[in-house]
Design a protein around this ligand. Structure first.
Ligand SMILES: *[C@@H]1O[C@H](CO)[C@@H](O)[C@H](O)[C@H]1NC(C)=O
Ligand SMILES: *[C@@H]1O[C@H](CO)[C@@H](O)[C@H](O)[C@H]1NC(C)=O
Ligand SMILES: *[C@@H]1O[C@H](CO)[C@@H](O)[C@H](O)[C@H]1NC(C)=O
Ligand SMILES: *[C@@H]1O[C@H](CO)[C@@H](O)[C@H](O)[C@H]1NC(C)=O
Length: 365
């Protein structure tokens, strides 16, 4: 693992106010029938693919492994995780089927395209997952993979495709101020130019807003000419996301760029949420049985995106992901036993399912 990836992880294990959960309707099972990409478009609009359940199926295997993906990073098996069941769950929507991920179809269909992930280390998690899924589908094709502190790139020249990751934890500006230190400007975006010029952009921000103590990377919040040391973090997140939404509405041409928002990725630090008070994700080997909860952050994301003028596709993965308390690296994140990572995801793992849903969404435009 690259050192910078490890430092992301170290910064990100504190987190998130998960209060105010309530219960959603139960998931029901559905007959599974694998579709290929052909013909998916016609059927696509017929169901909410984010409503469904995780089905254990040990004949469904990960699309890649250490040997087929040289850049996994959070390869939990390789980092010592003893259990394997978490590798064999697949997502089954209740009302319809989604196509199995077909990397060769993806590469052919999106030949010449630029795909960009913008956000925090959960964006990085999803980016690495997609690069592994694509590389594994054409293992002999040449590729370039260049991790970087700001813009990381992956390309497969034969298909003229690039899948990049731009690190940006807040989306709004974080600037140095002589007297105040680092100021998080909730109503300002000055780096948006970097978001232009791609065919598909997948944004995400959330986790960094809830950092405390040493993980907190700013000194003041600023809105207009008001500076405050502390404020309700959920409120700060909402203001910033609204600023992002305005920027998208003013600057994105939907005929050139398809915009997605990667839904809030839940953490599993508080076992009360799944009936095991005092526990974390450590030692969890199965998904939560039964219903998911409501996530306050995701409710804000939905409401802000719902008011936008330009089309933004929400990858509404929060509820499905909330069930996967078993999918985190926990102490197999590469930082030794004292690092219990319950916010990122093992690869292969849950982000592969997010990318399968991204693929389904791209097919059904
Ligand atoms: C994909 O499915 C269609 C029918 O839905 C079928 O005609 C076609 O042969 C399938 N293609 C592959 C590669 O399996
Ligand atoms: C899959 O699970 C079934 C039932 O639990 C078991 O009998 C079988 O040996 C498993 N197969 C593999 C390949 O692990
Ligand atoms: C990261 O990218 C910048 C800008 O493209 C480049 O100048 C720098 O050398 C890269 N750093 C690494 C470690 O690759
Ligand atoms: C864990 O969740 C429960 C129930 O939502 C809550 O009462 C408790 O304060 C939470 N614990 C922590 C440490 O956040």
């Amino acid at each position: 693992m690259e050192f910078y990836q490890l430092s992301f992880i170290l910064l990100l294990i504190f987190l998130v106010d998960l209060s105010n959960y309530s219960v959603l309707a139960d998931n029901t099972d559905a007959n599974y029938e694998i579709n290929n990409a052909t013909g998916y478009k016609e059927k696509a609009a017929k169901c909410n693919v984010y409503e469904g359940s995780w089905i254990y199926d040990n004949s469904s295997n990960p699309l890649y492994g250490t040997s087929t993906c040289p850049f996994i990073g959070l390869d939990c098996q390789n980092l010592g995780r003893p259990d394997k069941n978490y590798l064999h769950y697949r997502w089954q929507p209740t009302g319809c089927n989604i196509p199995r991920f077909d990397g060769q179809d993806f590469l052919t269909r999106f030949k010449g395209k630029k795909i960009l992930f913008v956000g925090d280390s959960l964006s990085n998690n999803m980016w690495v997952s997609l690069t592994c899924m694509l590389h594994a589908s054409v293992p002999c094709a040449e590729y370039t993979f260049k991790p970087n502190k700001s813009l990381s790139t992956f390309t497969i020249p034969e298909y003229e495709i690039s899948v990049n990751f731009l690190k940006n934890g807040f989306l709004v500006d974080l600037v140095a101020d002589k007297t105040r230190g680092l100021v998080l400007k909730l109503d300002s975006i000055s780096t948006g130019k970097q978001w232009l010029g791609s065919d598909v952009v997948i944004f995400n921000t959330y986790h960094w807003w809830f950092h405390i103590r040493r993980a907190k990377t700013w000194d003041y919040f600023q809105t207009g000419d008001q500076y405050v040391k502390e404020m309700n973090r959920m409120e700060a997140f909402k203001i910033a996301l609204t600023t992002w939404a305005k920027w998208i509405d003013q600057n994105i041409d939907p005929s050139k760029t398809r915009v997605f928002y990667q839904g809030v990725s839940p953490v599993h630090l508080n076992g009360s949420e799944w009936g095991k008070p005092g526990k974390t994700c450590l030692g969890e080997t199965e998904p939560v049985k039964g219903p998911s909860y409501n996530n306050e952050g995701e409710a804000i994301v939905r409401s802000v995106i719902g008011k936008m003028a330009k089309p933004v596709d929400l990858l509404d993965v929060t509820a499905m992901t909330e069930l996967r308390k078993d999918g985190h690296p926990s102490i197999y994140a590469g930082g030794g036993k004292r690092l219990n990572d319950c916010s990122h995801w093992c690869l292969p793992g849950i982000p592969d399912a997010w990318n399968q849903l991204l693929y389904a969404a791209l097919l059904s435009d």
